[in-house]
Write a protein that binds this ligand. Structure first.
Ligand SMILES: [Zn+2]
Ligand SMILES: [Zn+2]
Length: 651
């Protein structure tokens, strides 16, 4: 019997094999491929028009794994078409290092599988109403949005919904954006359900991955909490997907196989014909549009926990209260902060920049430190005493000989969180201060640090946007946005939306236990409308206007964007190739081709980068026209094309 087998490699079609084994679609098998053995899956269709005359080889064996579901296979076929990715690469996302995991003994999973405890969590009237609306038509595909201000108790509502689904014998998946710091979340989960969730992200051990993968495949595991990649786990009986913080742009995977995990989660739910819940304080533009069109249902939580009110906002005009040289915190702010500290409030200084200084140059030779691999300045990290490229990881020390064999005389231009933290220390010498960024919080001791922050043993935090991600700090009642002007300088079409999300999330960290809280914005910008827009407690006003702008300019979500990025070592050849490529594809694509233009960061990881942007209607025809024509183009050796459907990052 001849059987189509899809293999986890760069091919877009299944290969044909021969066997006497009784196989059905979705079975995992081991087959010969070239000189090696490789794991594949029995696919739902043969390769279309195969004219080659290969010798058909025999399948080695069938693996003892629950077959991949037909609906999941359909999803993968669609996934590959939508994102212009070979089918084999889509399958690779499902497998574990290109392999399937055969069954473990039952008690391997017992850690995750005690019975659900009867909890005594009491929902408020508002939460009950939201839950009821969320649970309407839970037996088939539908998208429901739960929108609620931070601190309004959204998690408990969707936990209740999930409990219902698990009790009916289904599995659930909760996607979270920032998975490295799920400690607080896991604790909440354990308290509610009485058992541990399986936590899935790239940082867990291989052994753990194998246990979770197989437990998901054979239905032993009930709930997975995971990062983007958990969306591709081979669930046996998936009954509900929850995307928490659905607006978070880190759901977009922009390296390697690019896709948006939130959008793909919605598609997977569609193919599996199961419900999906999107959770957010402020919906993304795409989600907002679907709510407006009535495609998604919505319920809202407007009251905060214990009736805590949202923080107040105050704008500190830096034209009136001048900063001293090499200083970024105004006198006025220092007074305000002292006022809060006296009341035992915790204080956060927010600046979305890691390290000490983003730009180091010499006063004598005027050379600045830039990355040898990327066209970008190196950031000075004082604690590690090195200069770091935030894009490629290049590291170097702060030592260089200047003209006339002298030492350089360094100027550190602009602040990062380390520098702000030094200034804070000078102004509040008796207080315990902690930096909260991916440099300080992604390590093993971070849970101890978190505990200290929660207990108000740290009085002042200096943090990057990492802090906006769902943490609950009960005493935080004062936030100082050191430089709001910095984030208003965005250069991509989502800058406004990004800021709306960021500042809503950020201010949601403050005033969570009912005490009055204030967010202060330092700015030179006398037009403060932008800030008051960002901080309006009704984000719909902002979203409506943003949607109107997008519509008028035919931007996503009203049109589809697809970025085609060419990379190569040789600048001149790359430029020539970009024009040739554009000419070749332009007339055969179902949309308009813009560019080529140099990327915002022209050189990245030693490669030059040139971008084309395809704009077209939101139809799969656009993708298939691109896939067809690109397959026919022969790139100059050394030049590589990557495709990014629905790009978010225009760097
Ligand atoms: Zn670099
Ligand atoms: Zn110098």
């Amino acid at each position: 019997m001849r059987i189509p087998i899809l293999l986890p490699n760069i091919f877009n079609h299944p290969f044909t094999y021969e066997t006497d084994i009784n196989l059905k679609v979705g079975d995992y098998v081991v087959v010969p491929f070239g000189k090696s053995k490789i794991t594949g899956v029995v696919w739902d269709e043969f390769e279309k028009k195969n004219n080659r005359n290969f010798k058909v080889k025999s399948i080695f064996k069938k693996l003892n794994v629950e077959p991949l579901k037909r609906n999941t296979i359909k999803f993968l076929n669609w996934f590959s078409e939508y994102n212009i990715i070979p089918k084999g690469m889509a399958l690779k996302l499902v497998l574990l290092s290109s392999c399937a995991v055969e069954k473990f003994s039952k008690d391997t999973y017992k850690n995750y599988n005690s019975t659900i405890k009867k909890n005594s969590v009491k929902l408020s009237e508002e939460q009950k109403k939201s839950l009821k609306k969320m649970n309407i038509s839970n037996k088939k595909f539908r998208v429901h949005v739960l929108q609620g201000t931070t601190g309004s108790g959204k998690t408990i509502v969707y936990f209740e919904a999930l409990k219902d689904i698990i009790n009916k014998g289904f599995q659930g998946l909760i996607l979270l954006p920032e998975i490295g710091l799920t400690g607080q979340f896991e604790k909440k989960f354990l308290e509610f359900f009485g058992f541990n969730p399986a936590v899935w992200h790239s940082g867990i051990s291989k052994k753990k991955k194998e246990i979770i993968w197989s437990g998901v495949a054979n239905g032993e595991l009930k709930v997975v909490i995971g990062a983007r990649s958990s969306l591709f786990l081979p669930f046996k009986k998936l009954g509900l997907i929850i995307v928490d913080e659905e607006h978070d742009q880190s759901y977009k995977q922009d390296e390697g196989v690019t896709y948006n995990a939130r959008d793909m989660a919605i598609s997977r739910a569609w193919f599996e014909n199961i419900p999906i819940n999107l959770i957010t304080a402020v919906p993304s533009i795409e989600t907002y549009e679907n709510i407006k069109k009535g495609k998604y249902s919505i319920s809202r939580l407007e009251k905060r926990y214990q009736d805590a009110s949202l923080p107040n906002y105050e704008i500190i005009n830096l034209n009136e209260t001048k900063l001293e040289k090499q200083s970024w915190i105004s006198k006025k702010i220092i007074d305000k902060v002292n006022f809060h500290l006296d009341k035992n409030d915790q204080v956060l200084f927010f600046l979305n920049r890691r390290g000490f200084s983003p730009h180091v140059l010499c006063n004598k030779c005027f050379n600045s430190y830039s990355c040898p691999n990327c066209s970008i300045n190196l950031v000075y990290h004082k604690k590690k005493n090195n200069l770091l490229c935030h894009y490629c990881g290049f590291k170097t020390s702060l030592k260089r000989s200047c003209v006339k064999d002298d030492d350089c005389e360094f100027i550190f231009s602009g602040p990062g969180v380390e520098r702000i933290s030094e200034e804070v220390k000078r102004n509040f010498p008796s207080k315990k201060i902690e930096i909260f960024s991916s440099d300080t919080m992604n390590k093993k001791n971070s849970s101890i640090k978190l505990e200290k922050i929660i207990n108000n043993e740290v009085q002042i935090l200096v943090g990057t946007q990492l802090i906006s991600k769902g943490f609950h700090f009960p005493s935080l009642n004062c936030i100082v946005v050191v430089d709001i002007d910095l984030s208003l300088q965005g250069h991509d079409l989502r800058a406004a939306e990004k800021n709306l999300q960021l500042y809503h999330q950020l201010s949601g960290r403050a005033g969570r236990t009912g005490k009055p809280a204030t967010v202060y914005f330092q700015t030179y910008n006398t037009n403060t409308k932008m800030i008051s827009d960002l901080t309006n407690s009704n984000p719909d006003i902002f979203l409506d206007r943003e949607l109107e702008i997008r519509k008028q300019n035919k931007l996503p979500p009203f049109q589809r964007f697809i970025a085609l990025i060419l990379t190569g070592d040789n600048e001149g050849k790359l430029e020539k190739e970009a024009f040739n490529f554009k000419n070749f594809i332009e007339k055969k694509i179902d949309g308009r081709v813009l560019g080529p233009v140099n990327s915002h960061i022209f050189r990245l990881k030693k490669k030059y980068r040139i971008r084309l942007l395809v704009r077209g209607a939101k139809s799969l025809k656009l993708q298939s026209s691109i896939a067809k024509i690109v397959a026919k183009y022969k790139f100059f050796p050394g030049i590589k094309l990557s495709v990014d459907v629905d790009p978010i990052n225009f760097n």
